[in-house]
Design a protein around this ligand. Structure first.
Ligand code: BES
Ligand code: MN
Ligand code: ZN
Length: 498
């Protein structure tokens, strides 16, 4: 992966394949470092900006050969979009667009200024972090199975140039954080993109155990016999139709100092969702290897905690299983008993996520965690409601909900609260059991939420439905097609908050 550094030099001195400067949309004349480069190039930048009608929309890139007039071989002017409403997500996307373009012209060594520092109160370190995140995430590609892919998708070296010596320490700290945030997001993307035939529940458990050694965590994997002993009938009902053994994976992170709070994280880890006997149509099944995105995000977060070592204790549960229609599969109408002793009528075997999460949440409800957050690709209805780039958030504690949404906004991950009115529970009334897992088409995302609430006990709890943003068909400045790693950076901002 890319080596990052902070370089105390002026932009007109750095010796690199490509140098990135920037421009706001509507800016008449370049300022700051961009102006310095423009002067050194005899006004070439401002001339091209005019002649090429370069509008500096967010992510637009103007590429200029310097022909020896400065040591940098090329200059890339990246558009920052409008100054009004400019934020860290724009920094991340601008950096991603520039890095992608630089990589496409075979750049190995790149230098960049920090976009956005000082604009609208943005701090240099958070901008440096966003630049590093955008640079790595923008270049990411899942090429493992591409026979002809040559070399790494990443730039070899990226230097952040800053002449002001007083800023350098902060920039370095931001850079370090950006690397960990981005590498963890990439780790989650890799897990999601891995085909379901490879990334089975057993493989996920193995991956978790591998992390433990690297990151100083502890880990315990509960297999089918332990799940039976614990009485996790809801979880087990999902695992019946497949030969792949399930795994409830528990990871723990403990800080060296006394923790200020203890957080429980839960990730939906359906490594493939065929729907079970309520089989999905082929088109809907095509991307269902991504149904473990919640678990991937939680695991990636734990990996990062080992490196960031914040003063918070975290226990994570990954509920991993396939959902398949094999001969022993659960049938619509079956009744099972969950860990908290409630009985559930399986009205639809395709509503399997809430079944595995129910037992994981009920398990955490009996521990001493202060707050619980679950991430799950839970409902297609959430995509219908909010679209492909927004997660649905619901929960039992408004303060916790607000903190999660705020963490999401710092991460550039859009979230929107959906209601959990008590009335929704009436949709889930069963004739034969305490509750059924589906109750028609109304308010699908909230139905999922209200079902889970029955198992969260009296904990402060938030559920994030990431069905929309977990996977993308369209490439973005900071993301390629496939798994997005959504949730990792939100969780990290939330866990690092004071
Ligand atoms: N994993 C799906 C939800 C999903 C759909 C995620 C599309 C990503 C993209 C979930 O297990 C599911 O099948 N949900 C059903 C619920 C229904 C049976 C109440 C759905 O959304 O159709
Ligand atoms: Mn399903
Ligand atoms: Zn599912």
């Amino acid at each position: 992966m890319t080596r990052f550094s902070v370089l105390a030099k002026s932009v007109t001195e750095v010796v690199v394949d490509a140098l990135v400067v920037n421009l706001f949309q509507g800016e008449k004349r370049p300022g700051g470092a961009t102006a310095a480069v423009d002067r050194a190039l005899g006004g070439l930048l401002s001339q091209l900006i005019k002649e090429e009608k370069f509008k500096a929309e967010l992510g637009q890139v103007l590429l200029v050969h310097t022909q020896g007039r400065i040591p940098a071989k090329r200059v890339l002017v990246v558009g920052l979009g409008k100054q009004e409403g400019f934020n860290l997500d724009a920094v991340r996307r601008a950096a991603g667009a520039a890095a992608k373009r630089a990589k496409s012209v075979e750049t190995k060594r790149l230098a960049t200024i920090v976009h956005g520092a000082g604009i609208g109160g943005l701090k240099p370190e958070e901008c440096a972090q966003a630049v590093v995140e955008g640079t790595l995430l923008g270049c990411y590609k899942f090429i493992k199975y591409k026979t002809d892919a040559k070399g790494s998708p990443y730039l070899d070296e990226v230097a952040i140039v800053e002449k002001d010596e007083r800023k350098i320490r902060n920039l370095r700290a931001g850079l370090k954080k950006g690397e960990i945030f981005a590498q963890s997001t990439i780790y989650a993307r890799d897990l999601v993109n891995e085909p379901a035939a490879v990334l089975t529940p057993t493989a996920l458990a193995k991956e978790a155990k591998k992390l433990v050694k690297e990151a100083g965590l502890s880990c315990k994997v509960f297999g089918i016999n332990e799940l039976k002993k614990m009485g996790m009938g809801a979880f087990l009902s999902v695992t019946q139709g497949t030969d792949q053994p399930p795994a409830l994976i528990r990871l723990e992170y403990k800080p060296r100092q006394k923790a200020r709070r203890k957080v429980g994280l839960v990730g939906k880890g359906i490594t493939f969702d065929s729907g079970g006997l309520n089989l999905k149509p082929g088109d809907s099944m095509l991307t269902m290897k991504d149904d473990m995105s919640g678990a991937a995000a939680v695991l990636a977060t734990m990996r990062a905690l080992g490196k960031l070592r914040p003063k918070v204790e975290v226990v994570a549960l990954l509920a991993a299983s396939e959902n398949m229609p094999g001969p022993k599969a659960s049938k619509p109408g079956d009744v099972v008993r969950a860990y908290n002793k409630k009985t559930i009528e399986i009205a639809n075997t395709d509503a399997e996520g809430r079944m595995v999460l129910a037992d994981a949440l009920a398990f955490l409800a009996k521990t001493d965690v202060d707050e619980v957050v679950d991430l799950a690709t839970l409902t297609g209805a959430c995509i219908v409601a909010l679209g492909n780039f927004t997660s649905g958030v619901m929960g039992t504690d408004q303060d916790l909900i607000d903190r999660i949404i705020k963490a999401g906004s710092r991460a550039g991950e859009r979230m929107w609260q959906l209601p959990l009115f008590d009335e929704y529970l009436e949709l889930l009334k069963s004739d034969v059991a305490d509750i059924k897992n589906v109750g028609g088409r109304a308010a699908g995302a909230s139905q999922g939420g209200i079902f889970l609430k029955e198992f969260a006990g009296d904990k402060k709890w938030v559920h994030i439905d990431i069905a929309g943003p977990s996977f993308t068909d369209k490439e973005r400045e900071d993301c390629s097609q496939g798994g997005t790693g959504v949730g990792v950076r939100t969780l990290l901002h939330y866990l690092l908050e004071d």
